[in-house]
Write a protein that binds this ligand. Structure first.
Ligand SMILES: N[C@@H]1[C@@H](O)[C@H](O)[C@@H](COP(=O)(O)O)O[C@@H]1O
Length: 241
């Protein structure tokens, strides 16, 4: 585990774009695992700038996203599909046929999970997986529970996650109660993992996740066992270390 300290959110986003950009330069057909939430937005903005300035070419890049709310259509502006297109895919030269987000409208959860794992394996696995960190230590939508679940699956969102994400919805009642998420195994099989954390509100969970026990009660703690895990945090997020 390597911890890189950024002085602020902007520097964290630039450092993350440096690492993702290097992956794209070194392997133009790389498979990128992508994340949503507010934390990675600055990184996506930075990647778009570097594409627009001709420094990065996404033409052969393939992507798989961590998760998607169950029951939201692609045109719902709260879906992660919509988030990814509006924050990144619509602004770079990626082939959208090579971008993948779990199908939130697939009614058969087993099929949804199997189909998504097939996409990942047909790509040959993930070269670089970008992660944020939920306030309760979730990664993707792997919520605290009594086991690490291996593959892509359907999950009941905890009340704390619903509360944390209600800020994006008109009311808490509109926040979906379930999601499809890559599993802990899906994430851990990535060759390299890059997590971004920002803000004082994440300081305690960063300490619990990476300097506490490895436990499914704090899902991110599993990353202590990954052989190529990089954490970039701003000063506030790393202030308990
Ligand atoms: N499913 C996403 C996670 O992938 C993300 O890491 C988390 C933190 O979001 P934020 O970066 O806004 O704190 O929110 C959601 O739960």
């Amino acid at each position: 585990m390597r911890i890189l300290k950024a002085k602020d959110y902007k520097e964290m986003s630039e450092m993350a774009a440096d690492i993702i950009g290097a992956q794209v330069l070194l392997k133009p057909d790389a498979v990128l695992g992508l994340a949503t939430g507010s934390t990675p937005i600055g990184t996506y903005e930075e990647l778009v700038k570097r594409y627009e300035s001709g420094r990065l070419d996404f033409r052969k890049i393939k992507t798989v996203n961590l998760d998607e709310y169950r029951g939201l259509t692609k045109d719902n502006d709260q879906s992660y599909y919509y988030f990814m297109h509006s924050h990144l895919f619509d602004h770079i030269n990626i082939d959208k046929a090579n971008t993948n987000v779990p199908d939130g409208m697939e009614p058969d959860a087993i099929k949804a999970g199997e189909d998504y794992e097939n996409i990942i394996s047909n790509f040959g696995g993930i070269d670089l997986q970008l992660l944020g960190l939920g306030n309760n230590g979730h990664i993707g939508f792997n919520e605290p529970c009594d086991e690490f679940i291996d593959k892509t699956h359907v999950v009941d969102l905890t009340q704390s996650t619903i509360e944390a994400n209600k800020r994006f919805f008109a009311s808490i009642d509109e926040v979906p109660k379930q999601a499809y998420t890559m599993g802990i195994g899906s994430i851990m099989r990535a060759k390299r993992v890059l997590m971004l954390v920002s803000g004082k509100g994440k300081a305690q969970i960063v300490k619990d996740a990476f300097f506490g026990p490895v436990t499914p009660n704090v899902p991110a703690s599993i990353l202590q066992l990954h052989n190529d895990f990089i954490l970039i945090g701003d000063a506030e997020a790393l202030s308990c270390l």
